[in-house]
Design a protein around this ligand. Structure first.
Ligand code: ATP
Length: 285
């Protein structure tokens, strides 16, 4: 049985009469402790997918399930990490983590909580910065803090919504390695949204493209069989890595080309308005 599942899910925004359909009949199955990367173009519905998996949105039809039960609301069993950090700016590194830990483990004794928070701060290499405010941290450090906070809540499922997209290439690769190192030590079920093919191949067990919207669904999936740990320095010379990267890229380009053809041949409904003629007086009813 899959651990996390989207079963024929459709979801849109707006009133029924004029609904913008983001996902249509989308189905995805994620095994327990699997690391799945969902890749897609901007606007295809990736963040919407994360909101559905987190229980922040409900499908119009179909069902989203975790461990066989419908997901009805957000909860600490589903940890989300957004690209914009969502940290509390008035709390220190330690304070941000402690607040989350207090919410999830209210019965934890003060001494144990201190050690627990420090453990996660050290895990993401932020020891020494624990009394700094988010505003005093670099973008990469904020992402680390956001990751530590999510992990400290011990969620069963990690939902990562383009967690590294705001970072420069170097910091991004350091954090990719860090997320993988932590995941390998303490495996969880992960769904990571990304728009970066290399990131998906380096990190994931499986890559699932989202077709271009509207009415997006999941396309052809790619299984990543590269051994772990994956050594970034040697991957560039690895034939399997290069082949997979090319295949995923080619597939995404085909999807994009198909979407362009469809949008150029589909008819656009125009509003039924009288043209405005410069200089003409408007008739008042
Ligand atoms: N609250 C909303 N109300 C109406 N439309 C929305 C809302 N949120 C998203 N959309 C629309 O739904 C579609 C999918 O949005 P979503 O944010 O899921 O895409 P995305 O793939 O995550 O995009 P990006 O990669 O640019 O962040 C877009 O066309 C967007 O305009």
């Amino acid at each position: 049985m899959p651990y996390l599942e989207l079963d024929n899910v459709s979801f849109g925004f707006g009133p029924v009469s004029n609904r913008y359909e983001v996902l249509k009949n989308a189905s995805l199955q994620v095994a327990r402790n699997e690391f799945v990367a969902v890749i897609g173009f901007s606007g295809s519905g990736k963040s919407t997918l994360i909101s559905l998996l987190a229980g922040l949105e409900k499908p119009d039809s179909g069902e989203v399930r975790m461990a066989g039960k419908p997901i009805r609301e957000p909860g600490p069993d589903k940890g989300i990490m957004f690209q914009n950090y969502s940290l509390l700016p008035w709390l220190s590194v330690y304070g941000n983590i402690e607040l989350a830990v207090k919410q999830v483990f209210p019965e934890m004794a003060a001494g144990e909580r201190r050690d627990y928070c420090r453990h996660y701060i050290a895990m993401v290499n932020l020891a020494g910065s624990e009394w700094k405010l988010p505003g005093e941290l670099s973008g990469g450090m904020r992402q680390r803090l956001s990751l530590a906070r999510t992990l400290a809540m011990k969620p069963e499922v990690l939902l990562l919504d383009e967690p590294l997209s705001a970072l420069d290439a170097l910091t991004r690769s350091v954090l990719q390695d860090e997320i993988i190192r932590i995941w390998e030590e303490d495996r969880r079920t992960v769904v990571m949204i990304t728009n970066d093919v290399d990131e998906a191949v380096i990190m994931a067990d499986r890559i699932v493209p989202l077709t271009t919207g509207p009415a997006a669904a999941f396309g052809q999936e790619f299984v990543v069989t590269l051994d772990r740990p994956r050594e970034r320095a040697t991957l560039n010379f690895n034939e399997e890595f290069k082949h997979l990267r090319n295949e995923v890229t080619k597939y995404l380009l085909r999807l994009n080309a198909k979407a362009k053809v469809l949008s150029s041949t589909s008819e656009l409904p125009l509003p039924d308005l009288d043209p405005v003629i410069p200089g003409a007086r408007m008739a008042m009813a």
